[in-house]
Write a protein that binds this ligand. Sequence first.
Ligand SMILES: O=C[C@H](O)[C@H](O)COP(=O)(O)O
Ligand SMILES: C=C(OP(=O)(O)O)C(=O)O
Length: 449
Amino acid sequence: MTVNAETHTGGHTWKSLPAAQQPDWPDQAALREVIAELESYPPLVFAGECDQLRERLGAVARGEAFLLQGGDCAEAFDAVGADQIRNKLKTLLQMGAVLTYAGEVPVVKVGRIAGQYSKPRSKPTETRDGVTLPSYRGDSVNGFEFTEKARIPDPQRLKRMYQASASTLNLVRAFTTGGYADLRQVHAWNQDFVKSSPAGQRYEALAREIDRALNFMNACGVDPEEFKTVEFYASHEALILDYESALTRTDSRTGELYDVSGHMVWIGERTRQLDGAHVEFAARIRNPVGVKLGPTTTPEEALALIERIDPGREPGRLTFITRMGADKIRDKLPDLVEKVTASGAQVAWICDPMHGNTFEAASGHKTRRFDDVLDEVKGFFEVHKALGTHPGGIHMELTGDDVTECVGGGDEIFVDDLHQRYETACDPRLNRSQSLDLAFLVAEMYRDQ
Ligand SMILES: O=C[C@H](O)[C@H](O)COP(=O)(O)O
Ligand SMILES: C=C(OP(=O)(O)O)C(=O)O
C-alpha cells in the first residue's frame, strides 16, 4: 500500500458532483486540516482482505454461500468498550453458527462495525418543544445531545471516527483470531444467555449437536484449522465522502484504489443517485460495494447502477441490499431480480428487512415489529424461489445487548416495554434474543429453499 501524490487523485472525481447528505461543516479550513491529517494515517484494512471478501461475496452471488451482515444502526464513540464489542460479535457468531449448521450453508460474516458512525437523515433539522436544531448525523459529525453546541458539525470528529474504528477493529481481530471465535466455544458464547431466554435454550441444543459433530471429527483424526478462527469483515455506509476519500489509497500490488476505512462499504437509499458523488466514488474503488435499493427503485436504475459500479460483471463486486418493506417486497422485488438476472449480471441479493418497516409508536419511539421484519425476509425468499434465483443473505440492525427497541420476538417485547432500554442513537435494533430467533427462522427458510 503506498501513499503518494497520486494516491488520491483517482479517488477525488466525486468532488465535482452533487453529494447528498453531507454535513454543513461551518469551518472549511478546519475540515481541510483534518482531511490532510487523515490522509497521513495508516490504512485500517489491507486491500488484500477486501479482495478476499469480494471473492467470498462472489460465492454468495453464485449461490454457494450466504451473507450475514449486521450490527448497530449507528455506532457510538462511547460504546467501544470490550463488553459491547464482544456482545455484538458473540451475537453475530451465534447467528452464523445457527445459519451454517441449521441452514447447511457457508456463511460470510460481515459486521456493520468499526466505521458505522455516519447517518443520513430524512430531515435536516429536529424540533423539540419549539426548539429547532440540526439533526444528529452520527458521532462522526455531531453530538446526539439536543443542544445547539452538540449539534454543530465538528470535523475533529472524523479523526475520532478513525480512532474508534481502529480500536474496534483491533479488538475484533483479536477476538476472531485469538481463540474466542474457535468453534469449540459455541457453548461459551451462550453462557450468559442460556437460562434467561428461549432463543438461548434453543441455541444450546444446536450447540450440543455441533459439539457432537466436532467430537466425531476429532475421533476420526480431523481437527481443521478453519474451525479455530473466524473470517470476519467490517463494513459501513460510505456516507461522508471527505472521510472515505481521505482513506482511499493506491494499492501497491495492483495500482488500484481501495477505500481502506473498511472491507466493504455501501451506498444508502438516500445517496444512490446515478449522477451523484457517492456512485462516482464507489465506481472508483475496488472494494466490494453494496447499494441499498428501496421500493421506488426501477429495473432501469438497477441496471444503470450495475453499469457504473460493476461494468466487468464480476460476481462479488456488487451487492444489492433490498429494503422494500414487508408490504411491498412481493410486488417490487420480482421485476428488479428478473431484469437484472436477464441482463447477465451476477450480483448478490441481500435482504435488509429493517429499513422499510420502521414506524413511530404512540410513545414516540421509532420501532419495528419483529413480525414485519420476518415477513419481509419471507417475501424475499418467496420471490427468489419463484424466480429460481439465490436469496443471498440478510442485512440486519442488531445489538448484543438486551435492549427494548423492536417489538415482538419469542421473548416478546411489547410497545409498553420500549422505554425500558431504548438506547439506539438512530434506528431500533433487534436485541440478542430477537436476532437469534430470526437466525433460526432464516435457517429454516434457507433449508426449505
Ligand atoms: O438508519 C437509517 C437512517 O439514517 C434513518 O432511517 C433515518 O432516520 P430518520 O428518518 O429518523 O432521519
Ligand atoms: C441508512 C440506512 O439504510 P437506508 O439507506 O437503506 O435507509 C442504514 O442502513 O443505516
